[in-house]
Each structure stands twice: as C-alpha cells, then as structure tokens.
Design a protein around this ligand. Structure first.
Ligand SMILES: [Zn+2]
Length: 266
C-alpha cells in the first residue's frame, strides 16, 4: 500500500514514528503550522518554528526516505492578539519560496471570536496576494458548524480565492456536505476514540463518495495516532472497498490537491 499523510505535526513526534510511517507505505508527510501546546510569547518564537518546519524537519524525515512538506501561518488558537498576528504574518512571505512550503495553513477558527475572524481574513488575503494554496482548521468544539459557515463566508467574500485550491479540514458528518457544495476539498481527521474514528470516516466516504476528500491523522503532542490513515485504509478493505478506491482516497486524492502547488513532487 502507498499513502500520503497530508496533515501531521511531526515536530511533536519521535523519530520512531517516521520509521513506522515509512514501513506502512507513507510516501510524503505534510505538516501545517499549528499551536505547540503552549502560546509563544513573541514573533521570534514563530520565526524559529518556521525555520524548524522548513529546514530541520525535512532533514529528519529524509533519514527514513520520506519527503516532508509544510504549510505556514499563525494558527487560530494564537490569533486572539491581532497585533502579534500581524507581526507573524509579516514574517511569512520570506519563507514562501522555500522548497517544501505548500501554502498557508492551518488557518481558520477556534472559538469563532471576532479577532480570530479578523486574522483569518488577513491570512486569506496573504494567500491570495502570493497565489498560495490554503489549508483550513475548523473548530473542534460544539460550534464546528457555526465556525465552518463563518469560514466559508470569508472564503466566498474574497473573489481572488478559487474554491478548488482550498481544503477545509476536520470535517464531520454535519459539515462535509457544506464544504463540498462550496467547491472546496474536505479533510477528515482520524482520532483513535473520540470525534472522527476510522469507522465513522468510512461511513462518510460511503455516503458522500471519494471525490475531493482525503484522510489525515493530524497527529501531534496529544493523544493521536500517526498510523491512522493506513488503519482506515484497512477498514475500507475489510468493508470490501476495491484497492483502486482505497488508493484514490489515501494517495491519488491528496496528490491531486497538493499537486496544484508545483513544489509538491513525489
Ligand atoms: Zn493540525
């Protein structure tokens, strides 16, 4: 089996995880910029993180034959301070030409606050000005539906944004239809027990079809599973999905979306 892990926070994972992913058939891993589990105190903290994502982490992955790509932004959990966000956003353009940078992400909303929305608009503008792909985080709280609607409105209001160049991640049963109807791609994040389990993800695929959908583990410093994508491929196999359909969801779909950035070559 071959697969792409399109959303994993490898800076938080041990080296053994890279080896296990490579053995399971992973051909590339993509790392959106996100919260580190604590708030950074200054733009310099983000500068160092962007260096880690574009210099150090690709070298660590390469030791296991894995290509490493990343996305850059200030994440929604640290977007409450609009002044700090503006300073971090100003750092990003000088990193955009680095060879493993795919676009702007994961931007989005966490608590659906006014300041988060303002920073989301600033980063959609950044992506539009630099013709970048966008990866969006949707809230995990009970207001996922409200947050998803707000995000879709921001994207629709910016006429420079082409829907097929945006992936909305962490969709669930009640948001996936909205995202696909707006012309975007949708990401299903797999969690070991809570939220979207492998079984629920395959239920969603059986309801909505395989087009413009991908699977990711979003593994980070919390309880998560870096092998969640191949485990879900196994769930598809057990339910009788043909090998070509599994390959479409776990390999060809992410390759198609990410391939819209010329730097994504595997
Ligand atoms: Zn993430």
């Amino acid at each position: 089996m071959r697969y792409i892990e399109p959303h994993a926070h490898m800076v938080s994972r041990v080296t053994d995880d890279y080896e296990r992913m490579a053995i399971a058939g992973c051909e590339a891993v993509c790392e959106p910029a996100f919260w580190a589990g604590f708030d950074r105190s200054s733009p310099a903290g983000f500068y160092d993180y962007f260096c880690q994502l574009t210099e150090h982490e690709p070298r660590r992955a390469a030791r296991f034959g894995l290509r490493h790509f990343c996305w850059l932004c200030i994440n929604p959990k640290e977007s409450e301070d609009v002044k700090l966000a503006g300073e971090v956003i100003a750092l990003i353009p000088k990193f955009l030409n680095r060879p493993n940078v795919l676009g702007i992400g994961e931007i989005g909303l966490n608590k659906n606050s006014r300041n988060e929305l303002k920073v989301l608009e600033m980063q959609v503008d950044l992506a539009a000005r630099h013709n970048q792909l966008i990866l969006v985080h949707t809230p995990h709280l009970e207001d996922k539906l409200k947050g998803t609607r707000l995000i879709l409105d921001v994207l629709k209001a910016d006429k420079r944004i082409r829907p097929e160049r945006v992936i909305i991640d962490h969709v669930e049963e009640h948001t996936v239809g909205l995202v696909l109807d707006a012309g975007h791609w949708a990401g299903m994040t797999l969690y070991p027990e809570t939220k979207c389990t492998p079984a629920r993800a395959v239920d969603i695929l059986e309801t909505y079809g395989n087009e413009r959908l991908w699977l990711n583990s979003a593994c980070d410093w919390g309880v998560s599973d870096p092998l969640a994508v191949p485990k879900t491929a196994l769930e598809m196999k057990k339910r009788g999905h043909p090998a070509a359909a599994i390959d479409e969801v776990v390999f060809r779909n992410p390759k198609k979306f990410l391939g819209q950035c010329a730097k994504f070559k595997i």
